[in-house]
Design a protein around this ligand. Structure first.
Ligand code: 1CP
Length: 333
């Protein structure tokens, strides 16, 4: 069994597998090279040869234990017919919601629209370098997808009260999102994904509505992934109460963000834990990195722990620092 699934399923504490969120991306010169020639991000995600090549770039360079498919959480709105574009120095830009158009999309249309993503997963999993490594598929959590669909751009500056004005639309969209997230997960698993991670990048925007928008819809997705027999990792970034989240949603593993105190969480959460390190630590120096990484490794010494970050790796991260990180994790005793 590959190290990541072994850690999650067998609760093995002897080795700490390692992969990084956003490991296939902009901090890699070989990615920037391909990106320069491919200005349209969605098209790049739908080019199965290039998407597979990008997915494998960090595996070839660093030997991570898992490969996360080069795609995006916003391929879901794209797959159901909402316009999605990525603008340089701005981020994602989505089109208006045309509910009649979305209503016409069925399972077959959706799977066809994203067939190249599944083809990329299948090609990648068949590469010999993937022996004893996990192919990680992913989706955005229902809440985070809803946020992008309605807000139509990054909610970095928060959500206005406008966001909640159309209850009926929100409920309709949550039903649609639930249906297609499940299909998207099933298609990824059929294509070869061995682990599914659910990114709730904007969970931290909520306080009172957490049961309604996070616990309930995420629980449905988690239960579905479990039925498929694949381990599921949740990342409810920025949520205040990870303990409550885990008790209600019951993922197989949880990724913590960098605001979570590892010493406190280890007493509260029994399931395997992933991540935590602040990605800005990778922008400092070797000694600081070693201190901070070893802090996580010692605290989680007797707990099943997958090394990862508390959010995606930053584009300005130096290659040498990632090499250092891998060495520190692999040589820790
Ligand atoms: O070159 C570029 O400009 C594109 C940058 C980029 C990349 C490399 C985007 C645009 N998406 C991706 C790939 C991606 N996105 C992956 C696969 C690669 C990997 O992980 O190694 C994954 C897992 C994601 C997931 C994703 N996309 C999330 C969840 C994780 C997180 O960082 O919180 C989110 C929120 C997105 C939306 C998105 N896509 C891209 C950007 C710049 C953003 C964030 C915009 C915002 O701040 O709202």
């Amino acid at each position: 069994m590959s190290p990541i699934t072994n850690c999650i399923k067998n609760k093995d504490t002897k080795i700490n597998p390692i992969w990084l969120m956003r490991q296939a991306g902009r901090y890699l010169p070989e990615f920037r090279e391909i990106r320069k020639e491919n200005q349209n991000f969605i098209k790049l995600c739908l080019n199965s040869d290039l998407a597979s090549e990008i997915t494998l770039q960090p595996i070839k360079r660093f030997g991570f234990d898992g490969a996360v498919i080069f795609s995006d959480i916003l391929m879901l709105p794209y797959g159901i017919g909402q316009r999605v574009e990525f603008e340089k120095n701005y981020g994602p830009k989505l089109g208006d919601i045309e509910i009649e158009k979305i209503n016409k999309i069925d399972e077959i249309n959706f799977t066809e629209n994203l067939s190249k993503v599944y083809e990329a997963i299948s090609k990648t999993s068949k590469n010999p370098i993937m022996t004893n490594r996990d192919m990680i598929g992913f989706v955005g959590a229902p809440w985070t997808i809803l946020v992008y669909m309605i807000n139509k751009s990054s909610p970095k500056k928060g959500l206005s009260s406008e966001f909640y004005k159309d209850d009926l639309l929100i409920n309709k969209l949550l039903t649609i999102i639930d249906k297609f997230l499940k299909l998207h997960i099933k298609n990824q698993v059929d294509a070869g994904a061995k682990v599914i991670q659910i990114f709730d990048s904007w969970a931290g925007l909520l306080e009172n509505e957490i049961p309604e928008y996070i616990y309930e819809p995420t629980l449905k997705i988690v239960e579905y992934v479990k039925q498929l027999g694949v381990p599921v990792i949740c990342f409810p970034r920025g949520i205040k109460d990870y303990k409550n989240f885990c008790e209600i949603v019951k993922p197989d593993a949880v990724n913590i963000d960098y605001d979570v105190d590892p010493k406190k969480i280890i007493k509260e959460i029994k399931i395997p834990i992933q991540g935590g390190l602040d990605p800005t630590i990778l922008l400092t120096d070797q000694i600081n990195l070693k201190n901070k990484v070893e802090k996580y490794l010692s605290i989680f010494k007797d707990h099943p722990y997958i090394f990862n970050l508390g959010h995606g790796i930053l584009p300005e991260t130096k290659i040498e620092m990632v090499e250092n990180l891998i060495n520190i994790v692999r040589n820790f005793k």
